[in-house]
Ligand binder design. Structure first.
Ligand SMILES: [Zn+2]
Length: 538
């Protein structure tokens, strides 16, 4: 798909710049899934393509997804709403609803569970759980001709960034790009890209050629918990391997090719009203989960991402559309503990499997003489629910016992009940100093959140069985919360800002660039004055 972009770029001369900046007609907001500020800082000297260009603009290197549940769905829900998950309602990728009226009580963040015959894995994709408007909806309310297009490697990313009624929404579903929007004609570029992807997927992929920097990272690391060693892989794959396809730069290249094609086919940025293009690039996240963040694999991914973004911006330059870019991430990430220990993080380790809700629930139910699973939840980190079939008095006993048992474990940092979190005022101000319960409060939504929340200690990876994923995110710590927030406009340079910013600040900042008023206090975020073209009202 890179070829499509390059061919288009080759047709035209380079960018024209240096005129007085007209307001952008196209806002391009990019999320790089699991792109931690730690990775951005480490690789910043290596960038030569699109990320080098963005790094020459205004860089908030201490951006924050401030809340505790640092997952994809909540993270993306903050980007174009200006709100924390406590207002977007997107508390995690999935939550438990014991009254849902189907056998699967897990609710996917981007599904409509009221559709008969669906489950949290075979679901009807929908934005209905997102409770606040997105930038695209605000732009349409102000300028009815404004268009919103969302393209992503994951449905939940496209849905949380595109909101309730985008004009086009396309996301990767394992073998092709699909949409949840009914009725509209399929753009020709979607058919073209899907055909090209099918052809590429049917072929094996050669190992990628490492840069000297990437080569210096190649070292095989044994993984505990049944997983294969990581660290010295070059992202080759066999024909038809869809999971290896998505955990590689191929997915991002195709996502960007589709986005570039939609700009042309829909003539984005060429109407009377400003348009919005939201893009989420998922491969970095899949690479991080499959191989960790500090090996040759991630290095190859980030090198290609930089180049692919550079190609994409060249296409945009060539179209002569006044545009502005914001790039950030839905959450950060953390390396595999086995390699972190070699790098001197002595306490890095994997979670004790006794802390998973299923195991802990079983032990507590036996001890208290109850029946059923007791506790419900998929991870030993984050929201855990009490079995609603239990009598009120037994639930109270179980909650007390579970809180005590988790608190007593040496791997656990803190446990908070829903009642404690609900009593905590919503945090504001500098997110660096928020306490753990304040971070939990920013992730809390009554009716969706668990009966209690468990936070493991720093540097404990909540994966014990490594047969599919070896590394992850989701903690309330800064390696998962801190993300870069970059703003760039053609022909304008900026500076690196050390002061913390939040991803909720992106919406009011780019809204100010197009003269879209955001009522004071209507969202959690605040307009950032530094980026070129920002016009914050004081
Ligand atoms: Zn993510």
């Amino acid at each position: 798909m890179r070829k499509l972009i390059l061919a288009a770029a080759a047709l035209i001369a380079t960018q024209s710049e240096a005129q007085a900046p007209a307001p952008p007609k196209l806002l391009v907001v990019i999320s790089v899934d699991q792109f931690s500020a730690n990775l951005f800082d480490e690789y910043r000297p290596q960038w030569t393509g699109g990320l080098a260009r963005l790094a020459s603009g205004t860089v908030f290197r201490n951006g924050y997804q401030s809340h505790a549940a640092t997952e994809t769905c909540p993270g993306h829900s903050t980007l174009l709403t200006g709100d924390h998950p406590s207002r977007t309602g997107i508390i995690s990728n999935a939550w438990i609803d014991q009254k849902v009226g189907r056998s699967d009580i897990s609710i996917y963040c981007a599904e409509d569970e009221s559709v008969p015959g669906t489950s949290s894995t075979a679901y009807k994709a929908s934005p209905k759980h997102l409770l606040v408007p997105t930038l695209g909806e605000l732009m349409k309310a102000r300028w009815p001709g404004s268009r919103t297009v969302a393209v992503a490697g994951k449905d939940r990313a496209a849905i949380m960034m595109g909101g309730q009624r985008p004009d086009q929404r396309w996301y990767w579903t394992g073998t092709r790009f699909q949409t949840d929007l009914a009725g509209a004609a399929v753009p020709a570029v979607v058919t073209r890209v899907n055909a090209a992807v099918a052809a590429a997927l049917a072929q094996p992929r050669d190992p990628l050629e490492p840069t000297p920097f990437c080569q210096s990272k190649a070292r095989e690391i044994p993984i505990e918990g049944g997983g294969k060693p990581v660290g010295a892989g070059r992202l080759a794959r066999k024909a038809g391997e869809a999971n290896a396809f998505r955990a590689s730069p191929e997915l991002d290249g195709d996502t960007l090719a589709l986005a570039a094609g939609l700009i042309d086919e829909l003539k984005l940025g060429r109407g009377a009203a400003p348009d919005l293009l939201a893009i989420s690039l998922s491969a970095t996240d899949y690479v991080g989960h499959a191989y960790g963040t500090e090996g040759e694999e991630m290095c190859l991914q980030l090198t290609e991402l930089d180049r692919e973004l550079g190609d994409f911006f060249k296409v945009l330059d060539s179209r002569g559309i006044p545009y502005a870019v914001a790039l950030t991430a839905d959450h950060g990430g953390k390396d595999v503990p086995e390699r972190e220990r070699l790098a001197g993080v002595a306490k890095a380790t994997r979670v004790n499997s006794a802390l998973f809700p299923a195991e802990m629930g079983k032990a507590l139910v036996a001890r208290l003489g109850l029946s059923g699973p007791g506790l419900i939840g998929g991870s030993p980190q984050g929201d855990i629910y009490l079995d609603a079939h239990l009598k009120q008095a037994d639930r109270a006993r179980l909650l007390a016992a579970a809180v005590a048992a988790y608190k007593a474990d040496p791997q656990v940092a803190a446990v908070f009940t829903a009642r404690q979190i609900a009593r905590t005022p919503a945090p504001t101000g500098n997110p660096v100093g928020w306490s753990l319960i304040q971070r939990a409060r920013a992730s809390f939504y009554p009716g969706r959140s668990g009966d209690f929340v468990v936070f493991l200690k720093r540097d404990i990876t909540p994966i014990a069985n490594t047969s599919s994923y070896v590394a992850t995110h989701g903690s309330p710590y800064d390696y998962d919360r801190r993300v870069p927030i970059l703003f760039w406009r053609p022909g304008r340079t900026g500076t690196t800002v050390e002061r913390p910013a939040e991803t909720t600040d992106i919406l009011p900042t780019i809204a100010s660039m197009i003269g879209l008023p955001i009522a004071a206090g209507s969202i959690d975020g605040h307009c950032l004055p530094e980026p070129a073209g920002a016009a914050c009202k004081r």
